[in-house]
Design a protein around this ligand. Structure first.
Ligand code: HEC
Ligand code: HEC
Length: 394
């Protein structure tokens, strides 16, 4: 119950923050509205009319977008959209991409921005006519591009299927009108499988133990914590689950490691599943790693590796840079760093002075950090509801 309340409280804060952010966007002065007949046909007339439409209250574009830098705007800046459009989606020309962006915003979501926020502009609440959309896009193209006769023709061609009703916006937008809070536990379970969380986490009798078991996560953690863990895995790093790197000894035969230097550059990264002591060899490390899109396990003899740990430091002495890896102990690039490194089966401390550090890499969570882009807000809250409901004993 406490968890559920926390989640609700968090959601209310999140919604309040969103409303606040939206209101904080400066309201750009809107232009008086145009009649459809005033739009005109020449490129110049279209651009002039499109600019008015884009800035009108009814089109609402400026409630979210900005032209030029505006730190408060939380939607793509339109300053260069006429140039960027051709680079956004393989196979789509500038005209095709811009048309698709306004009729079906979810077909392609610009990296770093939320899905399901912009609604198709030919539908409520915006409801621009096809002619108005035509002019607005003719205008958008001038932001970084040139709207001439040739562009107007390609625009006509790109818009034609939308005018004829042959293309339709994705259903996701409609679905979003259903309130997304609180999430649905059963649908969240499906998301947990679809997003392949199950490949790294155990829930009940299913899953794999690359990351922490989540069977009892709802009994000890709030919805807010779970959401943070999914959106920003590096923010809340569970101890013992960092990624580690293993570097190959130069002189060793590749066979001894069963990994190919040409393929891995002599180093591999993964999650340590276990360190097994062994009489004959100093130690065996069991590592779970991602290879060719699959999770595999490897056993590595620690006596035969050059180094292992969650940090890599490049040490520069007389112009030569040597890389060391080890367990991070303390410090940073400015103050010097201390690592615990494995030498002849023993851990010893290595201090590197700031002046000698050429680079320092601290590895973070092996959990992917792009789930915000892979899921709709609805799926995300269903997933959180599912995990909050996991109150079983570990
Ligand atoms: C409620 C906020 C909102 C409103 C209103 C809105 N947009 Fe958007 N728009 C977004 C978001 C968020 C994105 C990025 C996500 C995506 O690609 O769907 C976006 C993306 C775009 C893109 C693609 C930009 C790029 O860099 O690739 C275009 C073009 C665009 N919007 C045009 C418009 C026009 C024209 C209007 C007004 C008729 C409008 N938008 C109204 C939120 C909004
Ligand atoms: C490649 C493996 C991998 C995948 C895929 C993965 N995780 Fe994780 N996850 C981890 C590891 C490792 C940790 C521990 C390190 C950390 O805190 O980031 C973790 C941590 C977590 C935590 C915090 C657990 C705790 O005890 O505090 C949650 C919650 C979580 N993951 C949920 C998810 C969900 C939900 C998905 C799917 C959307 C997912 N993970 C996908 C590996 C993975």
């Amino acid at each position: 119950m406490i968890q559920a309340r926390n989640l609700v409280a968090f959601i209310i804060t999140a919604v309040a923050a969103f409303v606040y952010i939206c209101n904080a966007i400066p309201q750009v002065k809107s232009e008086p509205e145009l009649m459809a007949t005033e739009i005109g046909e020449s490129p110049e007339e279209l651009v002039a009319a499109g600019k008015k439409i884009f800035s009108s209250d009814r089109a609402q574009c400026l409630t979210c977008h900005s032209i030029g830098e505006d730190p408060k705007a939380r939607c793509p800046n339109m300053e260069e959209v006429g140039r960027l459009a051709a680079t956004r989606r393989a196979g789509l020309s500038t005209a095709q991409y811009l048309i698709e962006s306004v009729y079906n915003p979810d077909a392609f979501v610009v990296t770093g921005f939320p899905r399901n926020q912009m609604t198709p502009v030919n539908k409520p609440p915006i409801t621009l006519s096809h002619d108005e959309i035509f002019a607005a896009v003719a205008f958008l193209n001038t932001l970084g591009g040139v709207t001439d006769e040739a562009f107007v023709n390609s625009l006509k061609e790109a818009q034609d299927p939308w005018r004829k009703g042959l293309l339709k916006a994705e259903a996701a937008v409609e679905q979003e009108r259903i309130p997304i809070y609180p999430g649905n536990v059963d649908q969240g379970k499906a998301v947990f499988h679809d997003q392949e969380c199950i490949k790294c986490h155990v829930v009940g009798s299913e899953g794999r133990q690359v990351g922490p078991e989540l069977t009892g996560i709802g009994a000890s953690q709030s919805g807010e914590y779970i959401l943070d863990s999914v959106l920003e895995p590096d923010k809340v790093l569970v101890r013992g689950y960092k990624e580690i790197v293993v570097m190959q000894k130069q002189e060793e035969e590749q066979d001894a490691f069963s990994w190919d230097e040409a393929e891995t550059g002599g180093e591999i990264r993964g999650v340590a599943l276990a360190w097994l002591p062994d009489k004959k060899t100093p130690r065996i490390l069991r590592l779970s790693l991602e290879e060719f899109g699959e999770r595999t396990e490897r056993e590595i003899e620690l006596g035969k590796v050059d180094c292992v740990g969650d940090a890599i430091v490049g040490v520069e002495v007389a112009g030569e840079i040597t890389s060391f890896c080890g367990e991070y102990v303390s410090g940073d690039e400015d103050s010097g760093v201390t690592l615990s490194i494995l030498e002849d089966g023993r851990w010893v401390e290595l201090d590197v002075e700031a002046a000698n550090i050429s680079y320092l890499t601290l590895l973070g969570s092996p959990m992917p950090s792009n789930f915000a882009e892979l899921m709709t807000p609805r799926e995300m809250y269903d997933l959180v509801a599912f995990l909050v409901a996991q109150k079983g004993a570990k």
